[in-house]
Design a binder for this molecule. Sequence first.
Ligand code: AMP
Ligand code: MG
Length: 325
Amino acid sequence: MTFIGDNIETAAALLKNNKVIAIPTETVYGLAGNALNPFVVREIYEIKNRPLSNPLIIHLADTLQLHKYVKNIPSVAEKLAAHFWPGPLTLLLPKNDTIPDIVTAGLPNVAVRIPSHPVAKQLLRKLPFPLAAPSANPFGYISPTSAADVSKMLFGKIIYILDGGACDKGIESTIIGFDGDTPIIYRVGAISPEAIKKIAGKVEINNKHTAKPLSPGMLPSHYSPHTPLFLTSNIDALLNTMLLHNGTAILSFKNPSRLIPEINQEVLSPSGNLDEAARNLYKALHRLDSLKLERIIAERVPHVGIGIAINDRLERASNAINSKI
Ligand code: AMP
Ligand code: MG
């Protein structure tokens, strides 16, 4: 049985009792448990069906706690943390022995973040340990941005979903590691590369898509609906090359297509606002996937700001299909 509620006390009590629960953050919902208990962490991997080689992000209440869990913080990391925390920035920093190896999949660095969601903040303040919390979806599937979408995917697998409303950012955190004083983006996310560069002075993007990447969010296929997804810059041009349009769902940026019934379409932001588009992305994908049609055609968004992360997720969602055909 899974209960959905907004009781932070209940959530804290369950977590202290070594239970795994879903929690809201400003990025997406997380599947959270005591990061210092290897048995709890193992259960997180099992519920998600996530390979043990894919490390988890730990979530802290404040920077005071940071020094308990990491060491040798580069000064550029301090600078980024001071500017973007609490918020959707994850830093890869050398872990100390308090963090069990299962959290980092044996890697020397641990991924840390201080979330800004008010419910997540209040919850973390009540706990004497950090929370390991990957996204609350089965491995490889679409991330959830509402309690309802978590429930659809994990009902019966976890005891409690802490409902904190719809996620404000709607897309995962930006993950940054360091090569000396150079920040390297391992996963593009809610904070744009331009914004990082503005604070750090420089930034590089790690574009190596390998089968065993340093950062598994960089797997070429991820964040995918079950329905085959095709990505295009011009929906109507693609539709016009097809003989039949039934069986097609559309995910567009600003404008719906006149060639497809409205019920089979989602528009991410009628006003063309990329923040709104990010907020709506996963909810829209969840709904279109639930239609169980033959294909989803998705439109690329402008490749600036958070649009870079939206295009990245759509690209990975579509790679899942391209690799099958
Ligand atoms: P998720 O929580 O599902 O968004 O996934 C967490 C992401 O954090 C994964 O994509 C990993 O790539 C990344 N991550 C977590 N820990 C590490 C680490 N120690 N080194 C590199 N990447 C990490
Ligand atoms: Mg995930």
